[in-house]
Design a protein around this ligand. Structure first.
Ligand SMILES: NC(=O)c1ccc[n+]([C@@H]2O[C@H](COP(=O)([O-])OP(=O)(O)OC[C@H]3O[C@@H](n4cnc5c(N)ncnc54)[C@H](OP(=O)(O)O)[C@@H]3O)[C@@H](O)[C@H]2O)c1
Length: 303
């Protein structure tokens, strides 16, 4: 039975699980289709029902790998909320004429990319489509037109963004009839610019929950040997000992302590690590504990 209760990520929805399972690394997990399905069902049973994808993950392979698993038990579709992204164009065998990685938020590319994602995942609709990275050539009217078309055809329910600055968010929102529902950003004790550059302030003001990517800094918090990673790891361990928790749990608790109420996206394909992330919800860091991690990261006291 699930211990997690779904939460509305913005005043207009949708409802997501409070932690999200990321599928960026799915290709690395080396699972059979049946193992992928078992992993998906296992995290759903734990209450993690929202899954995060992007067209480009695994060099355009991860959505298909996930779709193969879903096909083995189509009833699972009703239990999940699917997020995917578009706008990054990677140099890839999948696009032999492309010479350089770049961004594309044109009407044509957004429509085509969503059609490809739907067909690879094997679903009729994305619950949320995110623009993956800010595009210097983004024409907000054109994005709005693409979203209107996708919504009209029932292919995308909500639109959000990822890695957008507050002004980029405002610009796009100014051209949309519907509210953007999230900004998916990097938040971890090594990299947390969004805490100070207005990104999370904007989301808190709008009562929109961020989705937090790479909360564990992609593993760097466990194995990084920079002075910063070493300082932070030592501090995390001391606080973990104080709380009777593990380092990963302290990191998730540090992210979830933010008042904009971020939804951590879990990057691991190891179900025990997924359970550990869920258990971090029972931890509450004191202000002093939270700031000890901040200080360890910055390498100096608060001003
Ligand atoms: N919007 C964006 O621009 C963007 C960018 C990056 C990621 N994302 C999303 O965010 C999700 C999470 O990102 P992420 O994968 O970078 O998350 P993460 O949780 O920071 O990193 C996951 C990595 O850390 C390793 N790890 C976890 N616990 C560990 C431990 N105790 N000791 C050593 N290594 C450990 C995992 O290995 P194991 O698999 O072996 O556990 C995995 O390789 C992605 O799946 C994707 O959906 C979005």
């Amino acid at each position: 039975m699930s211990e997690l209760t779904a939460t509305s990520i913005s005043p207009v929805g949708p409802y997501f699980s409070p932690l999200v399972q990321g599928y960026w690394r799915l290709d690395d997990w080396q699972m059979t289709p049946q193992q992928r399905l078992s992993f998906l069902k296992a995290h759903i049973d734990l209450g993690i029902t929202t899954v995060d994808h992007a067209d480009i993950y695994g060099d355009y392979r991860c959505e298909s790998l996930f779709g193969q698993a879903l096909k083995l038990d189509p009833s699972v579709r009703q239990k999940i909320q699917v997020v995917s992204k578009c706008d990054i164009k990677l140099v890839s065998e999948a696009a032999p004429t492309r010479k350089i990685n770049h961004y594309d938020t044109s009407y044509r590319h957004i429509i085509q990319s969503v059609d490809n994602s739907l067909s690879r995942i094997g679903v009729e609709r994305l619950d949320v489509l995110l623009l993956h990275r800010p595009d210097a050539l983004m024409d907000a009217d054109e994005v709005a037109e693409a979203f209107t078309t996708l919504r009209h055809h029932g292919k995308v329910k909500h639109l959000g963004v990822s890695n957008f600055s507050p002004s980029q968010f405002d610009l796009l929102q100014s051209r949309l009839d519907e509210s953007l529902v999230t900004n998916q950003v990097e938040i971890n004790p090594l990299r947390f610019d969004v805490i100070h550059d207005g990104t999370l302030d904007q989301l808190q003001r709008l009562r929109i929950k961020p989705m937090a990517w790479s909360c564990l800094a992609g593993g760097e918090l466990f194995n990084g040997d920079s002075a910063q990673a070493t300082r932070v790891r030592e501090t995390l361990q001391v606080i973990a000992d104080e709380l009777g928790a593990t380092i990963d749990q302290v990191i998730y608790a540090w992210v979830m302590r933010l008042p904009s109420a971020p939804l951590p996206i879990i990057g691991s394909g190891n179900i025990e690590r997924v359970k550990s992330a869920i258990n971090a919800r029972s931890l509450t860091l004191s202000r002093e504990q939270w700031y000890r991690i901040w200080v360890a990261s910055k390498g100096h006291n608060v001003p």
